[in-house]
Design a protein around this ligand. Structure first.
Ligand code: EPZ
Length: 417
């Protein structure tokens, strides 16, 4: 089991390039099943969640090769339509493969994705959308058994703008006859990236990034390439690292417009933020101060995934910062670990109240989930003395070489078994 050891209190300086978006490459890997040919995915990060998605593609019968940041997926021949429990368990968001398998093969059997560290993760919106399109879905013995010999385009209204349900509906709609109109769709940038990939397959898709998405099922088969958008949450995390240490860092290869709410919050904290076309420079050398309540919402609101790292950056800001986590029921598991470092945080349901302290001190702590683990790294970088973080496998799901990146910025950080 890896441990990350950080000797904190050093300001971070320098510039890094942010890798491709985990939450974009995963649905695009699922969508590559629709190509019935070879897709070259560029700017693909080296993450354990991506490895899990590759395992699923290979299990289904695809040929997958990886060369650095390029992944080649050939989905000409699919031999299976099921995802077994051991693969579903690896990555909860494997449910995103459901729509594509159903669209391609007319049947799918997945084991029920368990809850996760963030609380129950229901998929009722996914299933009701697919049923509306004509899928027969039984849930028995922990499995989801789907049959859909002829999915039909229709109106699908999502009662909540679920990212995964939007993606599953888009993928099912891409191959069925007729037009599907998704209302109250998620507007995240990753939805837009998925649409641009579907368009490369010749599928008529419009509206991604707005609450109304229209998909005309069709699409040619064949080979294509796609360049994945940069990871906005990794960018937010590295900005939080700069803020937590009072450093000055430049992030390159990003879309500043994807994290406006995060940079506005950091600017309100007292950080100097300069955005270029594909870069952001943050100077956090001035003392930080508390900001107005940070309330997580669906995009373009403040992203739930940035809540833990930005909370970590607020721990030594002067004053009281209130967080309201509206997206997941149980997304404060990192708080107990931050308290061990001397943070002053009180949580009550969806609310967390952070009272700034002068300094944090190092401690042995454990990552409980992906972004919670990232928040521990952010806090440890700004703390005095040494912090050892276990449960690093959680962090590896979404951050490509976080130790190497932070070392480049001057952190005293190492990883050992
Ligand atoms: C995606 O998860 C992301 N994961 C999450 O990132 C992100 O936090 C989330 O969207 C919100 O932005 C991937 O893209 C792989 P949702 P997803 O469906 O699709 C409820 C990370 O750290 N809901 O928008 O699972 C659900 O319980 C991860 O990178 C239903 O009730 O999120 C949750 O409370 C964490 N019924 C809320 O909606 C459903 O059928 C948001 O879920 C589906 C969801």
């Amino acid at each position: 089991m890896s441990i990350i050891r950080i000797d904190g209190g050093r300001r971070l300086y320098g510039s890094v390039t942010v890798h491709g978006a985990k939450n974009s490459v995963l649905p695009i890997m699922a969508a590559s099943l629709l190509a019935c040919g070879e897709t070259v995915i560029h700017n693909c990060p080296n993450l354990s969640d991506v490895d899990a998605a590759i395992q699923i593609l290979v299990h289904l019968g695809c040929t997958v090769n990886r060369e650095g940041e390029k992944v080649y997926v050939d989905s000409k021949t699919l031999t299976r339509s099921d995802i077994p429990h051991e693969l579903m368990r690896e990555m909860r968001s494997s449910v995103i493969f459901l729509g594509a398998i159903l669209a391609r093969l007319g049947e799918a059997v997945l084991s029920m994705p368990g809850g996760c560290e963030l609380g129950p993760r229901p998929i009722d919106l996914h299933l009701s959308a697919l049923r509306a399109m004509g899928a027969e879905i039984d849930e028995e013995g922990g499995k989801i058994i789907c049959k859909a010999k002829n999915l039909k385009g229709c109106r699908v209204n999502l009662t909540f703008p679920s990212v995964g349900a939007t993606e599953n509906t888009m993928l099912a709609a891409a191959k069925c006859s007729g037009t599907t109109i998704i209302s109250n769709a998620a507007c995240e940038p990753e939805i837009w990236d998925l649409q641009s990939y579907l368009r490369r397959l010749g599928i008529k898709a419009h509206g991604a990034g707005t609450p109304i998405i229209t998909i005309e099922g069709c699409g040619k088969k064949g080979n294509t390439e796609h360049w994945v958008i940069p990871d906005r949450i990794v960018a937010a995390t590295y900005l939080a690292c700069a803020a937590s240490t009072g450093g000055a860092v430049e992030l390159r290869g990003i879309c500043p417009g994807h994290i406006l709410t995060v940079t506005e919050t950091l600017a309100e904290m007292g950080c100097e933020i300069k955005a270029g076309i594909d870069s952001i420079f943050i100077n956090a050398e001035k003392p930080r101060k508390a900001v107005k309540p940070i309330i997580t919402k669906p995009y373009p609101g403040f992203p739930t995934d940035a809540q833990p790292p930005i909370m970590a950056a607020s721990l030594t800001a002067e004053g009281t910062t209130v967080f309201v986590e509206n997206i997941f029921e149980n997304r404060y598991r990192h708080v107990a670990e931050l308290l061990r470092m001397g943070a002053d945080i009180k949580t009550e349901g969806r609310v967390a109240i952070v009272s700034g302290v002068k300094k944090l001190h190092g401690a042995p702590i454990t990552a409980t989930d992906l972004r919670g683990g990232a928040s521990l790294v952010v806090a440890a970088l700004g703390a005095e003395s040494i912090t050892e973080i276990s449960g690093v496998a959680h962090i590896d799901r979404g951050y490509d070489d976080i130790v190497g990146v932070l070392e480049t910025l001057g952190a005293d950080i190492l990883r050992f078994e």
